[in-house]
Each structure stands twice: as C-alpha cells, then as structure tokens.
Write a protein that binds this ligand. Structure first.
Ligand SMILES: C[S@@+](CC[C@H](N)C(=O)[O-])C[C@H]1O[C@@H](n2cnc3c(N)ncnc32)[C@H](O)[C@@H]1O
Ligand code: SF4
Length: 363
C-alpha cells in the first residue's frame, strides 16, 4: 500500500566540480539519447509488479532536463495513490515558469530545487550553471504557479566560505520560507574536479572547526525561525518532512529504477548497472538491469535499522536486547547518545560526530 519508487535521471547540463553522482553532461548525451533512456526506463518499470506508490521521487542528475511529456509518460506507468508525494529535483536554469506550470499540471506536487548557494561567486566556484537571480526567479515562479511544497538544497563549508556569507544565505532562506531545506557540508569526493584542484593546491577545504561552527549556526538559526531539525542534514516546517527520504531512514523497502539506481525490495538490496550499454542490454532481454544484489541478513537489517534510525533525530531507535546494545550503551555513557521517550537518540555531540558514531556501531 505504502510503496516508494526512486527514478534516476542521469543527465545534467554540465557536471558540477564537486559532484560524484552518476550523471553525464548534455555534451556527452544528446536529446535522442535521453528519449531512448526514457523508453528503457519505462520497460524497466514494467519488470516490477504494479505496486501502489505513495511516494515517487525523480532524482538525478537533473530530472528537470527531461521534457514534460517524458516525465508524464513515466508517471502514467505508475499506479500512484491519491495523496502521494511526487517529488522532482529541479536545477534552476533548466525550467521556466511555463515548464513549472506544466509540471504542476501533470501531478508533480513537490519540488526539490538545487540552489546550493545564493552567492554568485560561490556558485561559480561550485561550477553551477545558474546565478542567484535565476535561483530566486525559479523559486518565486514555482510559488506563483502554485507549488505548496518546496524544498531547497544548499551546500555549506565551500572553499573560503565565511560565517558572514553563510549568514547571508540563511537570511535569504528565512525570507523565502521554503517548506523543507536540505543543507549539506561540502564533501570532497574522489574523482571529482574539486579533488583534482585540491591535489594541485588550487582549492582548500575549510577548517574543521569553522565547518563545525557553521553547522551549529545553521541548526540554531533554522530552529529559531521555526524549522524542525528532523534528520542530520534536513529541516522542515511541521508536517513537511520529506516522506520519500524518510522511508529510507526508516529502513523501509523501495524500488529504484534507472541507471545506477539502488533499491531495497523483498529482502534484497540492489544496485543497477552503471553503464548505459549494460543497462540497455539487460532490459532488452527482459531482465532487471541489476549489477549488484545483496541478500540482507537479519544482522545487516538490524545494523541498517540502527544506523538509518539514528539519523532521524526525534525518532531514534528502540532500546532492545541484542548484539549492538553493548556498543550503544557505551556511546550513551560517552555522551553521543541520550535516552528520550524510551529510545536512544543522538545528542548534540553525537550529531557533530555522527559519522564516527555510525562507524563505531558498524565495526
Ligand atoms: C543528487 S544531487 C541532485 C540535485 C540537482 N541535480 C542539482 O544539483 O541541482 C542532490 C544534492 O546533493 C548535494 N550534493 C551533491 N554533491 C555533493 C557534495 N560533494 N557535497 C555536498 N553535497 C553534495 C547537492 O546539494 C545536491 O543538490
Ligand atoms: S550537483 Fe546536480 S547538477 Fe551538478 S552535476 Fe551533480 S547531479 Fe548534476
């Protein structure tokens, strides 16, 4: 009844310097390629039983690069529940007011806009194709055509960013008042242009203490203006938590379709083929395009439940008697976890060192 589907669209206008998501720039993939991809995607959807979805998430890459009728064609393949959350990731500069209007008409009811920063200089360093003005226009157009559930993505701790610059971004967030904000600290990923520039000494990561200070500032400021800090990097107004992503963190099953997409279905975690040719070949022979398949053991399932569950800051995890409790009690004694409503949750200290907490649980 409450199933989820993630649909991966691996195309972008231009690759951003920091990004290692599976996506190809339009110079590499033209419009005909995109049309063919949509056809194969639809065939892949047909390889799964017709489930009823109450969350649909178009992610990427840049799903907003597709034509509206291509997105509509995909939606028509799905059995979607009445109050479903249907999210589309939007890159400003790939949509105008008319396209936003059409997206609303075909049933998209939540937008996740990849703004990243409202500072033109920073946007340039990040390699984004939009500037502040375009970001603001996209947001305002989306509102004016009637989107009532808008999320924005931001990145902080970008090279040379100052507290003052971050504060200016947060001032604009306050003014825009989106229903949902995902804010990530910049991750320096292997194989990206940023890593290359780091190796050459042309870009530097921000100091760790400054990054921690920025994260604290973000939490304090967004809470003050009424946002619920419900996941490590996610904030929302009341009742606007991302329903789709929350299912991941609740360790629920979901189908993932598209190049390189992952899914968790019938006790199996899988990842699709990451090369177009391999992906197409399997679909052409009526086979799910799986590249990696892992049967989730009871132990793995529990581990996933703990690590994902702790990310949900107000939910946390149950106190149980099992092999992980010794580590959990130890983290509690050292101040990384607290007990609230009979559940373990991350403390502020745990939040600052969440990756270390998760590694400790997994070891
Ligand atoms: C899958 S991306 C797709 C969104 C969309 N393509 C865009 O960029 O506008 C989702 C989000 O992940 C974040 N992200 C991607 N790479 C990152 C990195 N290396 N460090 C921190 N955040 C990153 C960005 O905020 C981005 O909007
Ligand atoms: S951050 Fe978004 S727009 Fe930039 S390359 Fe990655 S997926 Fe594409």
């Amino acid at each position: 009844m409450c199933d989820a589907i993630y649909i991966h669209i691996p195309f972008c206008v231009k690759k951003c310097g920091y990004c290692d998501f599976l996506s190809f720039s339009c110079e590499e993939k033209n419009k005909d390629d995109r049309g063919e991809y949509v056809e194969k995607l639809i065939e892949e959807i047909r390889l799964y039983p017709k489930l009823k979805y109450d969350t649909v998430y178009f992610g990427g890459g840049t799903p907003s690069l597709l034509d509206v009728d291509e997105i509509e064609k995909i939606l028509k393949e799905l059995n979607i529940g009445e109050d479903a959350e249907i999210t589309l990731e939007v890159n400003p500069q790939t949509v105008d007011r008319k396209k936003l209007e059409q997206l609303k008409k075909i049933g998209i009811n939540r937008l996740s806009i990849g703004i990243q920063s409202f500072n033109d200089e920073k946007l340039k360093v990040l390699g984004r194709i939009h500037n502040k003005e375009v970001a603001l226009n996209t947001y305002n157009d989306a509102r004016e055509v009637g989107f009532e559930n808008i999320s924005i993505d931001l990145i902080f701790a970008t090279p040379d960013q100052t507290i003052e610059e971050l504060k200016k971004d947060l001032d604009i967030v306050e003014r825009l008042s989106p229903e949902h904000i995902s804010i990530y600290s910049l991750i320096w990923e292997e194989g990206t242009k940023f890593m290359d520039l780091l190796d050459k000494g042309e870009l530097d990561p921000l100091d760790n203490d400054l990054e921690a200070k920025m994260y604290e500032l973000i939490i304090e400021r967004l809470k003050k203006i009424g946002y619920l800090h419900y996941e490590i990097s996610n904030f929302s107004k009341k009742k606007y938590e991302g329903r789709h992503n929350s299912k991941y963190w609740k360790n629920k099953k979901y189908i993932g379709v598209g190049l390189g997409a992952s899914g968790y279905y019938e006790g199996i975690r899988y990842k699709n083929e990451i090369e177009f040719l391999d992906y197409y070949k399997k679909i052409d022979s009526n086979e799910k395009p799986l590249m990696e398949v892992e049967v989730v053991s009871d132990k793995d399932n529990l581990e996933n439940y703990y690590i994902l569950g702790l990310r949900l800051l107000n939910k946390g995890i149950e106190i149980e008697d099992n092999i992980y409790m010794k580590k959990i009690k130890d983290l509690h004694e050292r101040g990384y976890l607290k007990i609230e409503d009979d559940r373990y949750k991350l403390t502020s200290k745990g939040l600052m060192f969440s990756n270390d907490v998760f590694v400790e649980i997994m070891e």
